[in-house]
Design a protein around this ligand. Sequence first.
Ligand code: B16
Ligand code: MG
Length: 217
Amino acid sequence: MAIIFDLDGVIVDTTRYHYLAWKKLADELGIPFTESDNEHFKGVSRRRCLEILLEIGNTSMSESEFESCLVRKNEDYLVYVETMNEEEILPGVPEVLNHLKQRNVPMALGSASKNARVILEKVGLLSYFQAIVDGTQVTAAKPDPEVFLQAADFLNAENEMCIVFEDAQAGIEAANKAGMTSIGIGEKEILGHADYVFTDFNEMGIDWLNDLLEKAG
Ligand code: B16
Ligand code: MG
């Protein structure tokens, strides 16, 4: 078996930082934007997020303005990323990563974020992953399965032998489309179409994961 982890919302919680950066841009553009709007940005590429923001504001802009807004949002986001350290790793994650490393289970990251590497470095987890597939490499965003298919390829694993951890609906859909086992981390009401859902890794427990790995052979 091989395991593919999403980043934001699974390994670290950057939702608040994305929100603050989008909120600043939205204020500058005069577009109302709330934390509940931000929920729809989870797992969604930066470009698509800005499109959604413009839809909320019922407005549009030139391509060059669009590009400059993407740059501004990311510059503001990176100011928060700069402050990140291992304290921002989500509950139960280090235990699971250490356990899988000990068992020599191949691990990859499959994230929509173009900042995935820098975030993993900041929180000290970069060395756990044999492959990192992020927003700089994929052409089709989740729910397209491309990011997870590329990760499976790097790990030399059959799709059916991959387990994906995801916190976003679009990510679960992508894993399901790829024929992988999907495990939702978050709310059961939102991630109901995953094969399994847990509030966090502590609720899942390492014994449960071991059982799943044993069953798959
Ligand atoms: P960036 P994931 C996603 O990461 C986030 O959930 C989403 O909110 C964000 O817009 C997207 O990355 C792009 O991030 O602006 O850093 O390239 O959940 O797929 O790890
Ligand atoms: Mg995510």
